[in-house]
Design a protein around this ligand. Structure first.
Ligand SMILES: NC(=O)C1=CN([C@@H]2O[C@H](COP(=O)(O)OP(=O)(O)OC[C@H]3O[C@@H](n4cnc5c(N)ncnc54)[C@H](O)[C@@H]3O)[C@@H](O)[C@H]2O)C=CC1
Ligand SMILES: N[C@@H](CC=O)C(=O)O
Ligand code: NA
Length: 435
């Protein structure tokens, strides 16, 4: 058998321990498929003595994480620490600069610095891979990079955050409370170290920016992703959506439009109403799903576990196997210097239907004021639902569904209502996902 591929592993949390277990469990099979053994030689984390439920004695313990980058007995540095900058980024730069392969699950770092790292990797002829960074165990980076390589794509969208999907689908199915489900997602190892990245949509935005670059051949533009999380979604919205034939999911959508100079990229992460019949409606728990529409392939659906130790480890080790086989390839499908700039699209130009939830004072004339604002802004109302007298403090929730129209009209209507004494809380707008 050929020489082993020697790994230095930084980070022994949910994913790091998952990788150790996977390599130990499937050692012989992995060696056979990779054509050579994959061996962890050195590990590091914050606390040396912590019981992680795995035996670390076969591996050298390294106190200084950065020292891993230059060890002579290491071929690939595996970063499972997290954080867009700081020690993870320093390690990435040092490892690639030293000509080591570099594998990471760190979407925050790839979204912010992926192009720089890809350029460094190309210069040093070193492998750089991050399958686990997008949609955990789903081979969607590989799927887009290789499987759809012959297609022009104009829309990539999906459920990209396991924590949010777990929270929303549990709230929907069991009536569970948001905070309780977030704590449960953290306990199960789905959430980021800072879970606001999950619930505010930032984690999904990191992943969407990476997918857009791979699928469209555009330079990563994380700053242009318009991001809303799920913290404003109430049990009432979930129940209302259900009565209308929808579930609520946090969806990331990247759309490429126009040609040449007029080419525009719209990247958004938002809670959306998903029709029961749409494949994304059946995606529950920490599962992720990505839809890519190719001009020849048609609609492709990639679905699987988006978070958790085992699925994420599966994606990490798949990257290591590719490197062992000498098949790592260009991380963004084309050399990073060939990725093109694409200006952001105006979200107001989106044509679609929206769900709008108003929280209003329970008194006469309020609905007339809302519908007048809609009329004046050119928004056509498909349905308006106020069921009974609600909740706290004399407030009532009113749900509206619009007919298809330009999004800027909805924005104008909300501007007209801004400051109205009838509205006791800011409205929540959620688009209705098209089939
Ligand atoms: N948990 C999941 O389901 C998934 C996580 N990821 C990504 O994988 C990476 C790791 O995530 P988890 O394993 O969940 O995190 P974790 O918080 O469970 O583990 C992080 C590990 O890094 C170590 N660490 C942190 N800062 C360090 C430092 N300055 N020096 C040395 N060690 C340090 C910690 O001691 C810990 O062992 C993150 O980038 C995350 O976004 C990606 C896909 C799924
Ligand atoms: N926190 C992330 C983990 C995987 O990327 C999620 O919940 O999806
Ligand atoms: Na993946």
């Amino acid at each position: 058998m050929a020489e082993p591929l020697r790994i230095a592993l930084a980070g022994l949390g949910t994913v790091g321990v998952g990788v150790i277990r996977l390599i130990e469990t499937n050692r012989d099979m992995i060696a056979a498929r990779a054509g050579r053994p994959i061996e962890i030689v050195a590990v590091t984390a914050r606390e040396r003595g912590k019981d992680r439920g795995v035996d670390l004695s076969p591996y050298a313990w390294v106190d200084d994480m950065q020292a891993m980058a230059t060890r002579a007995d290491v071929d690939v540095v595996l970063e499972l620490v997290g954080g867009s900058d700081g020690p993870a980024l320093t390690l990435a730069r040092a490892a690639l600069d030293a000509g080591k392969g570099f594998v990471t699950a760190n979407k925050a770092m790839v979204a912010h610095h992926g192009l720089e790292l890809a350029e460094l990797a190309a210069m040093k002829q070193a492998a750089f891979a991050f399958e686990a960074a997008v949609a955990g165990g789903i081979p969607v980076v590989k799927g887009l990079r290789e499987g759809t390589a012959a297609n022009a794509l104009d829309r990539i969208y999906g459920i990209l955050n396991g924590t949010c999907n777990y929270i929303l689908s549990e709230m929907e199915q069991t009536g569970a409370d948001f905070g309780e489900m977030l704590a449960s997602a953290q306990e199960k190892g789905y959430a980021e170290a800072d879970p606001t990245f999950d619930i505010e949509g930032v984690d999904a935005a990191h992943k969407l920016a990476i997918l857009a670059a791979i699928g469209f051949g555009t330079r990563i533009d994380f700053e242009a992703v318009r991001t809303e999380g799920i913290t404003q979604v109430r049990a009432h919205d979930i129940a209302q959506a259900d009565s209308l034939g929808y579930v609520i999911r946090l969806v990331g959508i990247a759309t490429l439009s126009g040609e040449g100079e007029a080419r525009r990229l719209l990247q958004r992460v938002r809670p959306c109403l998903v029709p029961f019949r749409h494949p994304l409606a059946a995606v529950t728990g920490p599962t992720n799903a990505v839809v890519a529409e190719g001009d020849f392939s048609g609609r492709l659906l990639f679905q699987g576990a988006g978070a958790g130790d085992k699925p994420t480890a599966s994606a990490v080790v798949a990257d290591l196997i590719d490197i062992a086989r000498g098949q790592a390839g260009a991380p963004f499908s084309v050399p990073s210097t060939s990725l093109v700039e694409c200006a952001p699209a105006d979200p107001g130009e989106r044509i679609g239907r929206d769900y709008i939830r108003f929280t209003v004072a329970d008194r006469p004339g309020v609905l007339a004021e809302i519908t007048a604002a809609m009329r004046d802004a050119g928004v056509s109302i498909e349905s308006l639902i106020q069921r009974g007298r609600d909740t706290e403090g004399g407030n009532v929730a009113v749900a509206m569904v619009t007919h298809e129209g330009p999004e800027h009209c909805v924005g104008k209507a909300l501007d007209l209502l801004e400051g109205s004494a009838s509205l006791t809380a800011p409205p929540l707008v959620m688009p209705i996902l098209k089939d």
